[in-house]
Design a protein around this ligand. Structure first.
Ligand SMILES: [Cu+2]
Length: 234
């Protein structure tokens, strides 16, 4: 996606420089003079008109080709993801279900339920391919980790999924990218890409805290804590 973005800028700038060049050439070369001569007219110049028509199609075709190629790469899924995380978007936070049944260090599904006052943290293990299954408990949200260059809508009744393999340990920001209602701005979360040991520790903490099993919509729509923030100054 980064290459597509940079490539699109290079292509746009190339076309831009050419067009600006022609504009400035025409402004200077054909500026009004004392003789007031009209430049040579080229109406119904067939080769020129064909060029006007074909070149934009060619530009669109090239951009389309590279866009589709990047899109297919981005949406490609592995046969067997290492981890599965079922995400629920709910007014106004996120729930992360870590499907850790096959992980001997954890042995079952654990979850984190975010609320407006408790911003949830999403843990990812470095180098492991994660399958995200996105479900909504109420309205359309959009799952977005800007540093990953990717977001996907979270639509009620229409689960979406994608794979990603985080390769850099670190902390990233996540947010909702779909204006979903009054407290849309509260739908932020932290993303921590960690090593295996830390990942398993965090999963075990959730297990020890009794956050086991999967929170599934539409149950979560009523079961999830829905709180309204105190109004300022009251
Ligand atoms: Cu939202």
């Amino acid at each position: 996606m980064g290459n597509l973005w940079v490539g699109a800028w290079i292509a746009s700038l190339t076309v831009g420089v050419l067009v600006w060049g022609l504009i400035f050439y025409a402004i200077i070369r054909f500026r009004r003079t004392r003789t007031n001569q009209v430049p040579r007219q080229s109406k119904y110049h067939l080769p020129m008109e064909l060029l006007y028509t074909l070149v934009p199609f060619l530009i669109i075709g090239v951009l389309f080709f590279f866009t589709i190629r990047a899109q297919n790469d981005t949406l490609a899924k592995v046969d067997q993801p290492d981890k599965t995380i079922n995400v629920v978007g709910q007014k106004w936070s996120w729930t992360f279900n870590y499907m850790e049944k096959d992980n001997p260090a954890v042995g079952e599904t654990v979850h984190t339920v975010g609320t407006m006052s408790q911003i949830p943290t999403l843990y990812l293990q470095e180098g492991k391919t994660v399958r995200f299954n996105l479900k909504s408990a109420d309205v359309i949200h959009s799952f977005w980790i800007p540093a990953f260059y990717f977001k996907l809508d979270v639509i009620p009744g229409h689960p979406n999924s994608f794979d990603v393999t985080p390769t850099k340990i670190g902390e990233y920001d996540g947010k909702c990218a779909e204006l979903c209602g009054t407290y849309h701005a509260h739908m932020i979360f932290k993303v921590k890409v960690v090593d295996e040991k830390t990942y398993n520790q965090e999963m075990s903490k959730l297990k020890a805290a009794g956050n086991t099993g999967e929170i599934v919509p539409p149950v979560s729509a009523t079961a999830l804590p829905s709180e309204t923030p105190q109004e300022e100054g009251k």
